[in-house]
Design a protein around this ligand. Structure first.
Ligand code: PGA
Length: 340
C-alpha cells in the first residue's frame, strides 16, 4: 500500500468538511486535484473511503478507520514542527557534556548556569579522564567536552577558554617551601603521587619530565584529585596538580606550592567537539555560554590571564616570570610525549 502524507492531509480535510469543494478551498487547491488525490488513496487501499451523493460525501466504514489514522498522523507531523521549533528556542532537548576529572570539580557551576538559563533542557554530565573522554567523543556518545587541549590527529574542533596552571604541591611544612627556587632534579628523590594513566595531567607531567630528562619516583597512583590532595597532606608524597584544585588547601595552610623552576606549567582548558558533526542546539548554547563566561569554571581567587593563540602550546614560566623553552606535551613533540 502506497500512501503519502499529502493524500492523508487532503483526505482528512475532505472528511472534516464532508465536502471536496470545501477541502479544495481550505487547502488552496482545485477540486479536480482534491478528487484525484482521494481517488488515488482509494485505489491504494482497494476500497471506497467516501460514498458520494451529488456534491455530498460521507465516510464509509473504511473511510472512518482511515480518518482516525490520518488525524493521528497529521497531528504527529505538526508535532515534529513544534519539537523542532522548541529545540531552536532550547525549550527542550538534552545536553550531553563530558569533562575531565579535573574540570569536573567545577563543571557543576557551568552546568547549573546552563540549567538556570534553559530549564527545559536535560543535562547528562560525564566526568572521566582525558583518554576516556576522547573515546566517548569518537563514538559520539557525548556531544561536547571541557578538557585540556586535545591531540591534533582527531579531527576535533577545540577552543581554549581558560588557563590551567599546574603547580608542585607539598604538605605545608615541607622543608623546600621557603627556598627561593628549587630545581626539578632536586625532586627526583621525593615520592610522587600521580594520577592514573589516561589522565591529561599525568600525560603533561610525563612529557615534561621526559623533556627535562628527570625520572620521578612514583609512590602512589590515584584516579581522584581530591584523594591526591589528601595523600599529600597526610605526608605520603608530593604531587603536580592544577592550581584550580588547591585554592582552599593553600589558604588553610594545609598544602603549599613549592617554588620549582619551570612552574607553574601553563596549560589551557578547551571546549572540544567533533569538527565534522553539526552541534546539537543544546551543545552549541553550552559552548557559547562557556566561551563567554570562562569565570564560571575559574576557581582561582587571583585573576588568570588567557593564553594567546589556540592554547596548544604549553608555556613554562619560572618563578621570576622568565619563560623556559620546553616542548609542549600536546605537540607531536621532540620530547616524544603525546597526550592520549
Ligand atoms: P585529567 O584532566 O588529568 O583530569 O584527565 C586534565 C585536563 O583537563 O587538562
Amino acid at each position: 500500500m502506497h500512501v503519502t502524507l499529502r493524500q492523508l492531509s487532503i483526505f482528512a480535510s475532505a472528511a472534516k468538511h464532508a465536502s471536496l469543494t470545501r477541502a479544495a478551498e481550505e487547502l488552496h487547491l482545485t477540486q479536480p486535484a482534491i478528487s484525484m488525490q482521494v481517488k488515488q488513496l482509494e485505489d491504494s487501499v482497494g476500497m471506497p473511503l467516501f460514498t458520494r451523493n451529488g456534491k455530498h460525501i460521507k465516510l464509509t466504514e473504511a473511510g472512518e478507520e482511515m480518518n482516525r489514522y490520518a488525524l493521528a498522523i497529521t497531528r504527529k507531523v505538526r508535532e515534529i514542527g513544534q519539537v523542532m521549533d522548541d529545540l531552536k528556542g532550547l525549550r527542550r532537548g538534552t545536553l550531553r557534556v563530558g569533562t575531565t576529572t579535573t574540570v569536573g570539580m567545577f563543571a557543576t557551576r557551568a552546568v547549573a548556569a546552563f540549567y538556570n538559563r534553559y530549564p527545559g533542557v536535560a543535562v547528562n554530565l560525564e566526568v572521566t579522564n582525558r583518554r576516556a573522554l576522547l573515546e566517548l567523543l569518537e563514538n559520539r556518545e557525548i556531544d561536547i567536552v571541557l578538557m585540556g587541549y586535545p591531540p591534533d590527529d582527531r579531527n576535533l574542533d577545540a577552543t581554549s577558554f581558560l588557563d590551567n596552571p599546574l603547580a608542585v604541591v607539598a604538605p605545608y611544612e615541607h622543608p623546600l617551601r621557603d627556598r627561593k627556587a628549587v630545581n626539578l632534579r632536586e625532586l627526583a628523590d621525593e615520592p610522587f603521587l600521580l594520577r592514573e594513566p589516561g589522565s591529561g595531567t599525568r600525560t603533561t607531567i610525563e612529557g615534561l619530565m621526559e623533556a627535562k630528562n628527570v625520572s620521578l619516583k612514583s609512590a602512589l597512583t590515584m584516579t581522584s584529585n581530591e584523594a591526591i590532595k589528601q595523600a599529600v597532606e597526610a605526608g605520603l608524597g608530593i604531587a603536580i596538580v592544577s592550581e584550580h584544585t588547591i585554592g582552599l588547601e593553600l589558604e588553610a595552610k594545609r598544602l603549599c606550592k613549592l617554588p620549582v623552576r619551570g612552574f607553574p606549567v601553563l596549560r589551557s582548558w578547551s571546549v572540544v567537539h567533533p569538527a565534522d558533526t553539526r552541534l546539537s542546539a543544546a551543545a552549541s548554547a553550552f559552548k557559547a555560554m562557556v566561551l563567554e563566561n570562562p569565570e564560571l569554571l575559574n576557581t582561582q581567587s587571583r585573576p588568570i590571564t588567557r593564553l594567546a593563540g589556540n592554547g596548544a602550546e604549553a608555556t613554562l614560566a619560572d618563578s621570576d616570570g622568565e619563560s623556559i623553552d620546553v616542548p609542549p606535551a600536546t605537540a607531536p613533540a621532540a620530547a616524544g610525549a603525546r597526550p592520549r
